[in-house]
Design a protein around this ligand. Sequence first.
Ligand SMILES: CC(C)(COP(=O)(O)OP(=O)(O)OC[C@H]1O[C@@H](n2cnc3c(N)ncnc32)[C@H](O)[C@@H]1OP(=O)(O)O)[C@@H](O)C(=O)NCCC(=O)NCCS
Length: 163
Amino acid sequence: MPLFYEWATRSDSTSYWYEDGNIPTQEQFRKDWKIHYFDGSEPEKGRCYAIVAEGRPVGQVNYNEINRGNSSVELDIIIASDSDKNKGYGSEALSMLVEYLFRNMRIRKCWIEPTARTARAVKAYEKAGFRITHKFLSGGTECVHMELSASENGRPIVRNEAS
Ligand SMILES: CC(C)(COP(=O)(O)OP(=O)(O)OC[C@H]1O[C@@H](n2cnc3c(N)ncnc32)[C@H](O)[C@@H]1OP(=O)(O)O)[C@@H](O)C(=O)NCCC(=O)NCCS
């Protein structure tokens, strides 16, 4: 958690997460990022994973609370340092998480919403298989809604019939 807080609030990527410059205190941050994200105690409510590249943690990828009505879930990702970007880590980490969710968590659709100005993010998510479905305004900022469905992913869905 302290590392994730550093990445979100004091890294090269902070301005992407807090565009308005309104950086949360650690206490405020913990209200959004509750303990289940880190200890796996409530997998239906969301989980964070460290992205480790060449033996070093370089960022985090997570899913949020699962919508069991349509078996969908929103993802977030951050690669903290500019020197670790454009190396394929982000798209690979997303692909791995999507595959895990499709295979193990009975998810049918993953979605992610970068701001439209972050062309690198849109490109990275497209590399992971996400496609733009629509654009929208959030607080005056243009954002992009991107989705990846299990059937589009082209991988078999293996379900644990006992669960
Ligand atoms: C978005 C993010 C997760 C992507 O992870 P990453 O490891 O840097 O991405 P990848 O290396 O997998 O893919 C990036 C791709 O974008 C391309 N790219 C980089 N800058 C680009 C630009 N300005 N325009 C278009 N494409 C660009 C890269 O060349 C690469 O494509 P390629 O492999 O075909 O050459 C990471 O950069 C990050 O955390 N950025 C800061 C936070 C952020 O932007 N969040 C989204 C906005 S809310």
